[in-house]
Write a protein that binds this ligand. Structure first.
Ligand code: ZN
Length: 178
């Protein structure tokens, strides 16, 4: 197993929609192993393929010392509302209180190609929604309310300038994109 470098805010791959996985085979198992080591090394509790630069619809997670993977996940139903302090390995060192559904029913596939159905609540539901957002090219910053988002983008822009990534962030963005 080897670890990937986690892509961070400003990397275009994080804003692209990932593609359905058509073949669940040995190569996918290798990718999943490497994603898990990357996640544990970070450390984090969830990691989506686009975060390591792979445009495939799958994510790994571990909330209970038991590694899991979900391939081609879809949200069947979401209910309730829960605000929780949320962070992201691709937006390191920052977190915000974010309101999302409290419960979610997700379907997907495991590494053997079997369909799995997960009824999740609170933290697990939050994790699923966060990772599925990654597969759709959506970062948690987009889930903030307007004032929070403006402030978050200012902080992220300053941080990018400081690390010499300003040009990456400044390119190809409309003023409305902030
Ligand atoms: Zn994330």
């Amino acid at each position: 197993m080897s670890a990937y470098t986690i892509r961070v805010y400003g990397d275009p791959v994080l804003r692209q929609r990932a593609l359905e996985v058509s073949d669940i085979d040995g190569r996918l198992a290798g990718l999943v192993d490497d994603m898990l080591s990357t996640m544990y090394e970070a450390p984090g509790i969830g990691l989506a393929a686009p975060q390591v630069g792979v445009r495939k619809r799958l994510f790994v997670y571990d909330l209970d010392d038991d590694p899991h993977v979900l391939v081609n996940p879809t949200i069947v139903e979401a209910a309730g509302e829960w605000t929780y302090e949320e962070g992201c390995l691709s937006v390191p060192g920052l977190s915000w209180p974010i309101t999302r559904p409290k419960q979610v029913h997700v379907r997907g596939f495991d590494l053997d190609g079997n369909e799995v159905s997960i009824e999740a609540d609170e933290l697990l539901a939050r994790l699923m929604l966060h990772e599925i957002d990654h597969l759709d090219g959506v970062l948690l910053v987009e889930r903030l309310d307007e004032d929070q988002r403006r402030e978050a983008k200012r902080v992220l822009r300053e941080r990018a300038m400081a690390s010499g990534m300003g040009e990456v962030l400044a390119s190809g963005r409309s003023p409305a994109d902030g």
